[in-house]
Ligand binder design. Structure first.
Ligand SMILES: Nc1ncnc2c1ncn2[C@@H]1O[C@H](COP(=O)(O)OP(=O)(O)OP(=O)(O)O)[C@@H](O)[C@H]1O
Ligand SMILES: [Mg+2]
Length: 307
C-alpha cells in the first residue's frame, strides 16, 4: 500500500520524499513545493518507523519554524512535539545548554543581541579613544565574519586597512567582555556548539546519534559556520536532506554562500545525492548551474529531461 504521505505530491516530490537514506539535495524554484517535501518527508519517515526524536528540521526564522510545526501537526498530530524543529540559532542555544549540563557546568548565560553588542563596542571605542565618526557597525560585521570563519584574534593577518586594524583591537576586547559577562552573541550560538563538536568526537557522536535524520529548509541561506555545524552533526551518517531555491540571482544580494549548494555533493559524498527540478514552468538543469568539479555535481534522478 502506498503511503498517504506520497499522495498529493508530484512525481519528483514523491521521489524526494521516498529517498530517506543518504544525502539529498532538492533544488526547485520559488513556491514549487520545497517545504512540502520537508513536511511530507518527516511524516513519511515517522510512518516508516523512524523515531520522531531522531528527526531534526532546521529553518532560518522562528516564523518559518512555527509554520512548519503547524503544517506537520495537522499531518501527524502530537508526535510533532518529539521532532526537533528549530532555527539554527535555537538549536545552537539548546546544544550549548545540553553540553553545559553534560559537563556539569552552569548552563546559564546571557544572549547579547545587536544592541548589546553595539553597547560593548561603544565602550571599547571609548577606551581606545576612537573618533566618534568611526563606523562601529563596520567593525561589528568584520568581527562577525571572523567568528563565522572560526578565525580567532590571534590568527588575524596584519592589514593596512584602518577598519581591519581597528578590528584587531576591538575583536579580542569584545571577546573578553562577552566572557566577563558570561554572554554569547548570535554568532556564538552557531559557532560555539560547532567548535565543541569539531574538537570532541564524543560530543560529535552525541549529536549525530541523537539526530540521525537532518532536514534543512532554505539551504541557499546557509553560511559557512552553519555548513560546518551540519557537517559535524550529519557528516557521519550522511542522512541529510536540504532543499533550496535554484534561482542563482537571489544569492548575490542575500550574501549567502551559493557555494554551499554547488559543493553539496563534495561536502556530503556518498553517491546518493539527487537533484530535482520541479519548478512548475521550467526545468533548468544544467544551463544555470556550473558545478565546480565533476564530483560535486549531484547525480540527477527524477526528471533528466534537460540534461
Ligand atoms: N504537489 C502539490 N500539489 C498541490 N499543492 C502543492 C504541491 N506542492 C506544493 N503545493 C502547495 O504549493 C504551495 C507552495 O508550497 P511550498 O511552500 O512547499 O513551496 P516552497 O517551494 O517551499 O515555497 P518558497 O519558495 O516560498 O519557500 C503550498 O500551498 C503547498 O501546499
Ligand atoms: Mg519553502
Amino acid at each position: 500500500m502506498t503511503s498517504r504521505w506520497l499522495r498529493g505530491l508530484n512525481p519528483e516530490q514523491r521521489e524526494a520524499v521516498k529517498t530517506v537514506d543518504g544525502p539529498l539535495l532538492v533544488l526547485a524554484g520559488a513556491g514549487s513545493g520545497k517545504t512540502r517535501v520537508i513536511t511530507h518527508r518527516i511524516a513519511y519517515m515517522i510512518e516508516q518507523g523512524v523515531p520522531a526524536e531522531q528527526i531534526l528540521a532546521l529553518t532560518f526564522t522562528n516564523k518559518a519554524a512555527a509554520e512548519m510545526r503547524e503544517r506537520l501537526k495537522a499531518m501527524v498530530g502530537r508526535v510533532v512535539e518529539k521532532v526537533t524543529l528549530r532555527t539554527f540559532h535555537a538549536l545552537g542555544l539548546y546544544m550549548l545548554r545540553e553540553e553545559a549540563a553534560h559537563r556539569r557546568r552552569a548552563g546559564r548565560f546571557v544572549i547579547f543581541d545587536q544592541g548589546d553588542q553595539m553597547a560593548c563596542l561603544r565602550e571599547i571605542a571609548g577606551r581606545l579613544r576612537m573618533d566618534r565618526s568611526f563606523d562601529l557597525g563596520a567593525v561589528a560585521s568584520r568581527i562577525s565574519a571572523y567568528k563565522n570563519a572560526f578565525i580567532s584574534p590571534e590568527a588575524m593577518e596584519a592589514s593596512d586597512d584602518p577598519y581591519e586594524q581597528a578590528t584587531q583591537a576591538f575583536y579580542p576586547a569584545y571577546l573578553e567582555m562577552l566572557e566577563a559577562q558570561a554572554a554569547v552573541d548570535f554568532d556564538d550560538l552557531v559557532c560555539k556548539p560547532t567548535q565543541m563538536m569539531e574538537r570532541s568526537k564524543a560530543c560529535r557522536s552525541r549529536w549525530s546519534d541523537r539526530f540521525q535524520r537532518v532536514l534543512v529548509d532554505e539551504y541557499q541561506d546557509t553560511n559557512s559556520a552553519q555548513l560546518r555545524m551540519l557537517r559535524a552533526i550529519a557528516g557521519e551518517h550522511m542522512n541529510l536532506c536540504v532543499v533550496g531555491d535554484d534561482d542563482q540571482s537571489i544569492y548575490g544580494w542575500r550574501g549567502a554562500e551559493v557555494k554551499n549548494i554547488l559543493q553539496f555533493a563534495t561536502d556530503f559524498p556518498g553517491g546518493r545525492t539527487a537533484a530535482f527540478f520541479f519548478s512548475a514552468t521550467t526545468v533548468r538543469w544544467p544551463r544555470c548551474w556550473t558545478w565546480p568539479t565533476r564530483s560535486s555535481r549531484p547525480t540527477l534522478i527524477g526528471i533528466p529531461r534537460a540534461c
